[in-house]
Each structure stands twice: as structure tokens, then as C-alpha cells.
Design a protein around this ligand. Structure first.
Ligand code: BGC
Length: 722
């Protein structure tokens, strides 16, 4: 990286630290006192009997609330609260970020990033993860978790890819849906975000994502729609970015789809400082402005009411959505802190460890350089991410690892190596690195380079690439450990090294988890939730990502928050449409470096004997696929059977194949399990903008089964009749 660039990123990072630390100081600002809260609950129960429905109870409270209080509750409070009102028995309701655990709440478990959760392809584990985060919320008195983020991975540059679930709408929907169910299972409100097409953090208040209706429906909406219709999410946060030229918080196209087409009844809340005036968001359907009542306040709204531009019914409807949603989760009927739950318990940390174990991806393993055997007596650890290995990107998603729980890659590997193995942190050209049995090169990004509010380069810092090359030149047994929230350039060095492990950001488990994988105590089973391209130009969105003249690393325009006048919106057209990631690579025959769904294991698997329950289905009938998976190697391990659907003939162009189901199975050596997966009409449909709905056409469909999008071992066909 040039000195100029480095200085630029330091300045940005310092600015970001100051911005985020303002936020930090505010968290936990409202004191919780269970005796006072119990008295409030009594008061509330006098007004709104708990045996009534959440909606009836909300109506009863609203009938007592003054106009000013009804206006006051739809604007945030103390940056992270829904304001409470003692006279109606309502306590303050606290919110906290986010998917990877509780930010700013002291000793909590720092989970691996959401992108690692996606790489596990394990629904049960991600339900358990959400459930564990919810336990920590209950322990800390947080009622609303500001996650999960489900924005689709469009380009590797997005500074927040690590907070999301990858490029595929089905995978993202399935795993985030489980996470949401896990959270809400314990009465904590999940907030699915950022609605919608928030796929870059560059100049995020002004960069409009211009996306056509088919692409919105097939690629960018599904994880949100699934959250609403299948996972029952209670709140949706609108994005910073305008969508098709209109700010998300006041966008009738997208909020209308959410409320009217999908039937969402919960809280539509704005992202922090992303409301730019009062009237438009109010009528578009925004229920809650955050983090404070900058526009949704009496000064703005009372004149609008008096002029008849907005109605009291509209106001009451927003209050009703806020109150009834909280009632439905029991929030106002319990004190905030519940001592029956613990944060950072061994049990909670074990879940974080399992996510790390199952999410780490082994990308290259020439001549089985991994796992490290007992023959290895000298290990050189090289590179800037070996010590103080970053646990997270920077921003609203970050959770601090408690000081005494910090284990970086060097420390973790050294501890696992034990007595009799010489493990040293050395330079790539040192004596020691040349003679070592294995060299681990720890490189990649960190929170300073990959963060909210800006985008990052595709290439890792050039000095890191030089370190890889130097290490590989001096020692053929070089294994690269990549720290990054998404794809990076690998083509310039991949053939020089023996092994590559994608470690992402692993939260608290980082050093221990990586050592478990390297030593083979855990067999890797993570699979890529996005395509890693060979060349940046191979990315379908590379041409349309930033218009000419726009450069990365410009100072984030936070100063323009809230000011409509200063916000000159500019446009990014999503011209690649539905051909994103493997949909592009597989349809137009572009070879990836590592394909979507790819990840190696220390054992081998066979996927065979695939059968369909029928050769023809019609209408709403579904079809069942069974397939046998055998562990043909000599180590226990997990495999992900991936099911792709190909439409053989269709009126509109469609991708060559699309992921429509998957199942992860654990197998002992020699063991076979039969996997059953179901496909319904939805999985055969495309969105037809001409009729504004999903359409499944009659004809032949192919079911393709494999352990990656490009390693298909079984293909079956059937007919669908309308
Ligand atoms: C982020 C949100 C986050 C909010 C509150 C915003 O900057 O975009 O994801 O939930 O801050 O911290």
C-alpha cells in the first residue's frame, strides 16, 4: 500500500473510532432496576391485561397516551432505546448490535462473523448461535438485537461483507432465517437489515442502488422475504443507500413491498441517521426513526397533522406496531435483565468455537500438507496477522474479545504444537523459515482496512503478497492463512504455495480454532458462500460497481447525515442483474478460482444413488430427492450435499443452475447416510416482472447434486406441469 493510501486509511480509521466510540458511550445509558421495572409491569397490567392479544393491549395503552407521547415513542431515545413511559407502565427498551454478539456490553462471547456462519452451511448450528446470542441479550438486559444483516455479497470490496451471509439468496435466507428463529425463541426481537440492496459501504448515504424488479425479487429480496414469511422476524431496518433514487427510509416501492405484498406487521425502523425529513418516511411506512427524534418529533409532525398531510390514524398505527411487537415478545412484561441467563459462559463459548470449526474453509491442500503430523518439529509463523490476529472487521458488527480470552494464531498454534515442537514467529526470509517443516503465512485485512462506512481493495496489502511470495520461494511447505471478510486476489501467488486456509474473522475462538484445524483435531467442513474469482474483471459487477472517477477510500460522508439539501444522490446501476456470483460464472462459462460451495476436507466422500420420488409433478406438488453420502476416507468428517436446479427451457433467460437445497451430514469413516431433500414449485420459479409475480413454467427440470457448484456427481430430471 502506498504511504498516501496508508495515511488516508489511518485518518479514516481514526475518524471512525471517534464516531463509533460516541456510540459506545451511549450504550447501556439507561439504568436497569428490576424493582422499578416490576412496579411498571404492575402498572401496565392494570392498563392492558396480559391475557389480551398484543394488538388489543397496544390499543388500550394508545388510548391513554397523549399525542406528544405517541409522537415521542416513534423517534429513538438515547441512541439505542425505544423510549419508555412510566405513566403507561412501559420501560425503556434497549437495542444492541449485532449478529456476532453484543457490542458494548462488557464480557460477552465474540462469535465468528456472519460470513463464517454462512460458511458452515449448518442450519441447526446457526439456530443455536442465534439462541446463544439471545441468552446473552437476556443476561445483559438487551431486548432488541440489531441483526442479522442479510445483504448479498455483490463485490468483494464491500466493507461489510463480513457481517452478511454471502452471494446466494437461498443460502443467506436459510441460515439467517435460523438465526432469527434462534433469537426470537427467547423473546428477543431480531432486526433483519439493511433493507435493501445495501451491497457497498462506499459513500453510503448518497450511492443509489438502481436495481430492476426481477433482480430485486430473485437476488436481493429473498433473505428479507424469508425472514418475514418463514422466520417471523419482528423488525426490519431500512438501508442507508437510496434504492432506485429514493432513500430506503422513505421508499414506497420497497417498504410497500414489505408491508403490503409480504404482509409484514412488525416494526420498520431506520438505520442510524438515515432519515432525511419527516413527511416522506412517515407516509412511506417507516415506524421508528433511530437513533433519536431528529425528524419524527412534535415540531415537525404536529403542523403536518394540523395541515391534514398526515393523520393521527397513521401515527397510531406506528405506535401500535411498536407496542404490539414488544408485547408479542413479552418485552414489557418482564424486567430487562434476567439472571437465569449467562453471558460468556463456557457453554456459549463452545457454540462460538463450533461455528469457527465448521466455518473455516480449506481451499488448497497440496500433497496433504495439512493436517500437521507429529513429524513436524519446526513451525515458522510469518506475517502481520500472526500476532494480534484480528477477530472482527470494524464497525457496528464488532464485539470485543475479553482480554484474558484472546488467543491469536501464533499463540494458538504454539499451544497446540506442545513440547518438543519449535514454533517461532519469524520473518519470511529468516533462517528458521527456510528450514521449517511448515511455514504458516498469516496475512489479510483487519478492522483498519475492512470496515463499515467504507469499501476495501480486492487485493490484500501489497506487502502481504510480497511476504507470501518470499516465504514460498524460500520454503515449498508454505501454507497461507487468509484473514478477510470476503474474496481476495489469489491468482498472483496461489500456484507458489502448498496450502491455503480462509479464516475470515473468527471472533474469540480464532487461534484455538485454527490450531484445531491445522492439527486435524477438527476436520474442515466449511464451504464458500461466494465465488472467489481469478481476476477482478471476472466479477460480474466489476464494470458497474463504481462509475469512472469515483475512487475508493474517500472519507465517508457521515457529515452529510440528515441533510437532504447536501445529499446529491448518484447512481450505481446493477446491470449484471440476476447474474451474480456462480449464476454468472456457470451461465457464461467463466472459470472461478474457487467456486461457490467449494471447500476441502481431510477425508473423501462419495455422493451416489440419487433417486426422485416421481418423474413428473404438477401444480403445488413437491418432489423428494434421496441420495447416499459415504465417507470413503479414514477420518470422521462432515460433507455438505448441495442441490442445484436447472430449468432446461424457459421463456425468460435463467441462470445455468441455482442452489435450492442443501444438507450437512457428519459421517464416521466408512459410514453412509441417506439424505432427503424436498423441492417445491417455489424452487422452480422465476420472477416475471411482466406479471409482477413468480412463475413456474411447465417443462423439464434438472436436479444436480454435488459437494460444490462445480463438482456435480449426480444429475436427475423430472417434468413439471402447471
Ligand atoms: C449500522 C447498523 C447498526 C446501527 C446501530 C449503523 O451505522 O449501519 O447496522 O445497527 O449503526 O449501531
Amino acid at each position: 500500500m502506498s504511504i498516501k493510501k496508508k495515511l488516508g486509511s489511518i485518518v479514516i480509521s481514526l475518524a471512525m473510532i471517534s464516531i463509533f466510540s460516541c456510540v459506545n458511550l451511549d450504550a447501556g445509558a439507561v439504568q436497569k432496576n428490576s424493582e422499578r421495572e416490576l412496579a411498571l409491569i404492575d402498572k401496565l397490567h392494570e392498563i392492558a391485561d396480559p391475557s389480551l392479544s398484543p394488538e388489543q393491549r397496544a390499543d388500550l395503552v394508545i388510548s391513554k397516551m397523549s399525542l406528544e407521547d405517541r409522537i415521542r415513542i416513534i423517534g429513538g431515545y438515547q441512541r439505542f432505546y425505544i423510549k419508555g413511559f412510566a405513566e403507561y407502565g412501559l420501560r425503556d427498551v434497549e437495542m444492541a448490535d449485532a449478529t456476532m454478539g453484543l457490542r458494548n456490553h462488557g464480557r460477552v462471547t465474540a462469535f465468528p462473523m456472519a460470513i463464517v456462519m454462512a460458511s458452515t452451511w449448518n442450519r441447526d448450528l446457526i439456530f443455536q448461535t442465534g439462541n446463544t446470542v439471545a441468552k446473552e441479550c437476556r443476561a445483559k438486559g438487551v431486548d432488541v438485537l440489531l441483526g442479522p444483516g442479510v445483504n448479498i455479497y455483490r463485490v468483494p470490496n464491500n466493507g461489510r461483507n463480513y457481517e452478511y451471509f454471502g452471494e446466494d439468496p437461498y443460502l443467506a435466507a436459510q441460515l439467517s432465517g435460523e438465526y432469527i428463529k434462534g433469537i426470537q425463541d427467547l423473546g428477543i426481537m431480531a432486526v433483519v437489515k439493511h433493507f435493501v440492496a445495501d451491497n457497498s459501504d462506499f459513500d453510503r448515504h448518497r450511492m443509489s442502488s438502481d436495481v430492476d424488479e426481477r433482480t430485486l425479487n430473485e437476488i436481493y429480496y429473498p433473505a428479507f422475504k424469508n425472514a418475514v414469511q418463514n422466520a417471523g422476524v419482528k423488525s426490519v431496518m431500512t438501508a442507508y443507500n437510496p434504492v432506485n433514487g429514493v432513500s430506503a427510509s422513505e421508499n414506497t416501492q420497497i417498504i410497500g413491498t414489505l408491508n403490503n405484498k409480504w404482509g409484514f406487521k412488525g416494526i420498520v425502523m431506520a438505520d442510524w441517521e438515515s432519515v432525511y425529513n419527516a413527511y416522506e418516511p412517515f407516509v412511506a411506512g417507516l415506524d421508528l426513526e433511530m437513533p433519536g427524534p431528529r425528524f419524527f418529533n412534535a415540531k415537525n409532525l404536529i403542523p403536518l397533522l394540523e395541515e391534514g398531510k398526515i393523520t393521527e390514524e397513521q401515527l397510531n398505527n406506528k405506535v401500535k406496531r411498536i407496542l404490539s411487537t414488544c408485547f408479542s415478545l413479552g418485552i414489557y412484561d418482564r424486567p430487562a435483565v434476567d439472571s437465569n441467563f449467562a453471558a460468556h459462559s463456557d457453554e456459549n463459548r463452545a457454540v462460538a468455537m463450533k461455528v469457527a470449526h465448521e466455518g473455516i474453509i480449506l481451499l488448497k491442500n497440496k500433497d496433504n500438507i495439512l493436517p500437521v503430523t507429529e513429524k513436524v518439529k519446526k513451525i515458522a509463523i510469518v506475517g502481520p496477522r500472526a500476532k494480534n490476529t484480528p477477530s472482527t472487521g470494524f464497525g457496528a458488527g464488532m464485539v470485543t474479545v475479553p482480554e484474558d480470552a484472546k488467543v491469536d494464531f501464533y499463540t494458538g498454534i504454539k499451544a497446540a504444537a506442545g513440547e518438543g515442537v519449535d514454533v517461532r514467529k519469524v520473518g519470511a526470509s529468516s533462517k528458521f523459515a527456510r528450514e521449517a517443516d511448515v511455514v504458516f503465512v498469516c496475512v489479510g485485512f483487519s478492522g483498519w482496512l475492512e470496515m463499515e462506512s467504507m469499501d476495501r481493495d480486492w487485493e490484500m496489502p501489497s506487502s502481504h503478497v510480497r511476504t507470501i511470495k518470499r516465504a514460498a520461494k524460500n520454503n515449498p511447505n508454505t501454507v497461507v492463512l487468509i484473514t478477510a471478510g470476503g474474496g481476495v486476489e489469489t491468482e498472483s501467488w496461489i500456484n507458489d504455495v502448498a496450502g491455503v486456509v480462509h479464516t475470515f474473522y473468527l471472533g474469540e475462538p480464532r487461534g484455538t480454532a485454527i490450531a484445531d484445524i491445522i492439527y486435524g483435531d477438527v476436520n474442515p467442513s466449511g464451504k464458500l458462500p461466494y465465488t472467489m474469482v481469478k481476476r477482478y474483471e471476472d466479477l460480474p459487477a466489476s464494470e458497474y460497481y463504481l462509475p469512472e472517477g469515483k475512487k475508493l477510500f474517500r472519507f465517508p460522508r457521515l457529515a452529510l447525515n440528515g441533510s437532504k439539501v447536501l445529499r446529491k444522490i448518484w447512481h450505481v446501476e446493477y446491470k449484471e442483474g440476476i447474474y451474480l456470483g456462480y449464476r454468472h460464472h456457470d451461465t457464461f462459462n467463466v472459470a472461478p478460482q474457487f467456486e461457490f460451495g467449494f471447500g476441502l476436507s481431510y477425508t473423501t466422500f462419495d455422493i451416489k444413488n440419487a433417486k426422485l420420488s416421481a418423474t413428473e409433478i404438477s401444480g403445488d406438488q413437491s418432489i423428494t430427492v434421496t441420495v447416499d453420502v459415504t465417507n470413503t476416507g479414514d477420518r470422521a468428517g462432515s460433507e455438505v450435499v448441495q442441490l442445484y436446479v436447472a430449468d432446461k427451457e424457459s421463456s425468460l433467460d435463467r441462470p445455468a443452475q441455482e442452489l435450492k437445497n442443501f444438507e450437512k451430514v457428519f459421517l464416521e469413516p466408512g459410514e453412509t447416510k441417506s439424505v432427503t431433500m424436498t423441492i417445491s414449485k417455489d424452487a422452480l420459479s422465476y420472477f416475471d416482472p411482466a406479471v409482477d409475480s413468480w412463475v413456474a413454467e411447465s417443462g423439464e427440470f434438472e436436479i444436480r447434486l454435488g459437494n460444490s457448484s462445480r463438482n456435480i456427481s449426480q444429475t436427475l430430471t423430472f417434468n413439471y406441469k402447471k
